[in-house]
Design a protein around this ligand. Structure first.
Ligand SMILES: Nc1nc2c(ncn2[C@@H]2O[C@H](COP(=O)(O)OP(=O)(O)OP(=O)(O)O)[C@@H](O)[C@H]2O)c(=O)[nH]1
Length: 431
């Protein structure tokens, strides 16, 4: 039985003479480890199997150490007959039998284990590298305790040192931009509640210096408890400030007039539709004023286009200062501007527009050169009094402006009321 066990043990077993270091017996596995015949090993010094060969002096010290403890465990390399080196963990104990001392060494081939450990270290190193060097910052949120692991890269992205960010959800939520906080939390909660397959948001987050950066943040619940409740969420965050700034600049360029900085006609047409719809729903009036500089061509012709540009800029500036923040001013075309005033009835609109007219007429232009007095003509129409849709309202304001020009310029004209007679009059006016 003993011999059978000895034979079938998964590890190599050597019976050794402590005095000479010679192998007295070994099992089949031991022979297999070194690729040798029994005759090649028996009565040979066990040290010959070791790559790290020791002399007998060292063997004597080793033997002392074996005798001093119950088991001595050490790692060496066995040399396979083919020349390959096999890492083995050796566990040696000593015992006495019939007045003679023996060492029993169990040699375990640890090449697989070492390879796994090396792979493990590699994985760990890769993970550490990824956490430190990846473009994205990683966060790992315990939904039960609200503790959050922020990776070093994430901390760095926000200007913090590796251990400066308190590992808690509040560290994130307290720094959300006030305009983004509500909707970002909502999107996140919807994912946690299972209403969205993933959390994905682009928003502003305050960094350590108090400045906001744009981040693209995305993540997913990755663990649930036995009741199916989400308990852990993992996510990645990327600094997209540069892209976002570029995107916003392009958007601004597409919707703004580069000369005056006002919203352009393209944007105006959309705003007009939206504002009119809003006023219709709220059953409030909307005032529209279409205005145009008087004899602007002459200014260009007599003083140059560059100075003409400055005049346009100043008119835009002057009018912008006079209107409310809820009003919308657009540069429509060449020297034409459009003003939309939500919830403004005709009488109020006329007071405002008259003020604008007077303001432009009273503006001093000397700092720009020897300019004549500059004036504008204004056409006014109000929804729903003069028209009940955007196109007709625009036509009404435009024809009122036409009349203001025809009647001497530097004046304000109101569109005729939205009646069949008025519509007919308007048509004949436009001929
Ligand atoms: N400086 C400058 N001029 C422009 C710009 N866009 C259009 N214009 C000029 O603005 C002038 C507009 O003239 P009009 O509206 O036709 O006529 P007006 O001289 O203003 O005469 P009334 O409108 O009838 O009073 C034209 O000479 C255009 O070339 C611009 O961006 N800068």
């Amino acid at each position: 039985m003993c011999a059978t066990l000895f034979k079938h043990l998964p590890d190599g077993v050597f019976l050794i003479d402590p005095e000479t270091s010679c192998v007295l017996d070994c099992n089949e596995v031991a022979l297999k480890h070194v690729g040798m015949e029994r005759s090649e090993i028996l009565n040979q010094s066990v040290l010959k199997l070791h790559v790290e060969v020791m002399g007998l002096d060292q063997w004597a010290s080793l033997a002392q150490a074996v005798r001093a403890v119950e088991h001595l465990v050490f790692v060496v390399h066995h040399r396979h007959k083919s020349g390959a080196e096999v890492p083995v963990e050796i566990k040696t104990s000593h015992f006495w039998q019939d007045g003679r001392e023996y060492f029993l060494s169990i040699a375990r081939n640890i090449s697989t284990r070492q390879a796994q450990e090396r792979a493990g270290h590699r994985d760990e190193a890769q993970l550490r590298y990824a956490l430190n060097e990846a473009l994205d910052g990683l966060w790992d949120w315990n939904l039960q305790t609200d503790e959050v692991f922020f990776s070093p890269q994430l901390a760095r992205m926000l200007g913090y040192g590796p251990s400066e960010m308190t590992p808690h959800r509040d560290t994130w939520s307290a720094n959300l931009h006030p305009e983004d906080a509500l909707w970002v939390r909502k999107v996140l909660q919807e994912h946690i509640d299972g209403q969205r397959s993933r959390y994905n948001a682009e928003y502003r987050l305050r960094n350590r210096n108090g400045h906001y950066i744009w981040v693209h943040d995305r993540g997913r619940v990755c663990e649930h408890n036995d009741d199916g409740q989400p308990i852990r969420m993992l996510g990645m965050m990327r600094n997209v400030t540069d892209q976002k700034t570029m995107e916003l600049t392009l958007q601004a360029m597409a919707s703004h007039d580069p000369l005056t900085g006002l919203l352009n006609r393209r944007e105006g047409e959309q705003v007009l539709d939206r504002q009119l719809e809003l006023c219709r729903r709220l059953a409030v009036p909307m005032g529209m004023c279409f205005f145009d500089l008087d004899h602007f061509k002459r200014i260009n012709d007599e003083h140059g286009h560059a100075l003409g540009d400055k005049v346009l800029q100043r008119v835009a500036q002057t009018i912008s200062h006079e209107v409310r923040s809820t009003d919308a001013l657009f540069r429509w075309d060449s020297d034409e501007f459009l003003l939309l005033c939500v919830d403004t009835a005709e009488s109020d609109l006329l007071v405002l527009v008259e003020k604008l007219r007077a303001k432009i007429a009273a503006t001093h232009w000397q700092d720009l050169g020897q300019l004549p007095g500059i004036t504008c003509s204004f056409g006014v129409a109000v929804f729903p009094d003069h028209a009940d849709n955007a196109d007709n309202l625009f036509v009404a304001a435009d024809s009122a402006l036409y009349r203001a020009k025809a009647q001497g310029r530097n004046r304000v004209e109101v569109a005729p009321k939205n009646t069949p007679a008025a519509a007919a009059a308007q048509t004949s006016d436009n001929k």
